[in-house]
Design a protein around this ligand. Structure first.
Ligand SMILES: Cc1ncc(COP(=O)(O)O)c(C=O)c1O
Length: 349
């Protein structure tokens, strides 16, 4: 299998838009119909009247350093959600190709496919929320172009077995996208170290979780340079704005701080896990490799609404396959977790 054989013919043939800033970033810039007089906003010396760098070379190399890959292995997106959408658009022919999701999992894979009129095939995780390899391999059809694996998986919170993902990469005539949005909270290595040797593997990372930067919208795809080139070819020319880029660059200097807050979240996760396990109407608290816990209650909808009445909002995942009566709870600050534990102990559904 070659990646080229999976790409939609119209994407291969596409002549990408060439924006002004692809060609010039300095000089007397009268080429992009920007406002030469300046902007209504000044922010830390940034030239906000100018379109931002379409290639994002500096930031891509910084994220490459963070994730242990070269800058040509890195695509930057408006959150990893943008990468999910672009991958579907590159590889899946509307009304004819499909993606495969391993459910219950993050809902955007299904939605992004739906928006693009791409069919969704689905297979269930095993009862211990791992990949059911025989069922997953069987569910792959000739027109299945992408398999999405979320590890740690949202909402089940566990890391998927690395060997299973690599077996999928090896056996599937499709792209295997491993969404590692929550990996910073896990004690497991990233699969990013395999993109050099596994040509159909794409790893997604995001600054929205451990880095606490959901508001600036920055995520990345890590893959073989051929896949990255295709993503760069079809993205909107200026997808990453100048403010996001500048703030992300600064944030990346704070690695030690992020390590400390991640450790604090993991410690709170352990405390919350212990406390929730003592509550009689909670039947199960699942182990977590992420910044949230999945719990199974006697009656999740009652717990959900009673907590909401007290102003504590969690996510009801009960309608997902295998997750009857399950709630997903994000680990909060120690104070927020105290409030949650107190409220949950007081509930007698
Ligand atoms: C598994 C998973 N992937 C991706 C995302 C979206 O990340 P981003 O903010 O980078 O778009 C989320 C957000 O909740 C998520 O749970």
């Amino acid at each position: 299998m070659t990646i080229d054989s999976l790409v939609r013919p119209n994407i291969k043939a596409l002549k990408p838009y060439r924006a002004a800033r692809h060609d010039h970033v300095s000089g007397v810039l009268l080429d992009a119909n920007e406002n030469s007089f300046g902007s209504a906003l000044s922010f830390e010396g940034l030239e906000l009247n100018r379109y931002p760098d379409p290639y994002q070379l500096e930031l891509r190399s910084k994220l490459g350093l963070l994730y242990g890959v070269q800058s040509e292995n890195v695509f930057l997106g408006v959150g990893s959600d943008e990468a999910i959408d672009l991958l579907i658009r590159i590889f899946c022919e509307p009304a004819s190709d499909s993606i495969l999701v391993i459910e219950p999992t993050y809902g955007m894979y299904r939605v992004a496919a739906g928006i693009n009129n791409v069919a969704v095939r689905s297979v269930l995780l095993t009862d211990d929320f791992q990949i059911d390899l025989p069922a997953t391999l069987k569910a792959l059809k000739p027109r299945t172009k992408i398999v999405f694996c979320c590890s740690p998986n949202n909402p089940t919170a566990n890391v998927l077995r690395r060997e299973d993902i690599l077996t999928l990469c090896n056996q599937a005539n499709a792209l295997v996208v491993v969404d590692e949005a929550y990996l910073d909270f896990a004690d497991s290595p990233s699969l990013a170290d395999r993109v050099g040797s596994v040509s159909n593997l794409v790893v997604l990372r995001t600054l929205s979780k451990a880095w606490g930067l959901a508001g600036i919208r920055l995520g990345c795809a890590i893959a073989d340079p051929d896949i990255i080139s295709l993503m760069l070819k079809i993205k909107a020319p200026y997808n990453i704005n100048a403010l996001t880029s500048a703030e992300a660059s600064k944030a990346l200097e704070n690695r030690a701080l992020i390590k400390r807050t991640t450790a604090a979240i993991v410690a709170e996760r352990g405390r919350l896990y212990g406390a929730l396990r003592t509550i009689p109407y909670i039947r199960q608290v699942y182990p977590s490799d992420a910044n949230f816990l999945l719990i199974r209650c006697d009656d999740a909808s009652v717990v959900y609404s009673r907590l909401a009445q007290k102003g504590i909002i969690v996510r009801d995942r009960s309608s997902e396959p295998k997750l009857a009566n399950c709630l997903r709870i994000t680990v909060g600050t120690p104070e927020q977790n105290d409030l949650l534990i107190k409220a949950m102990k007081e509930l007698t559904p």
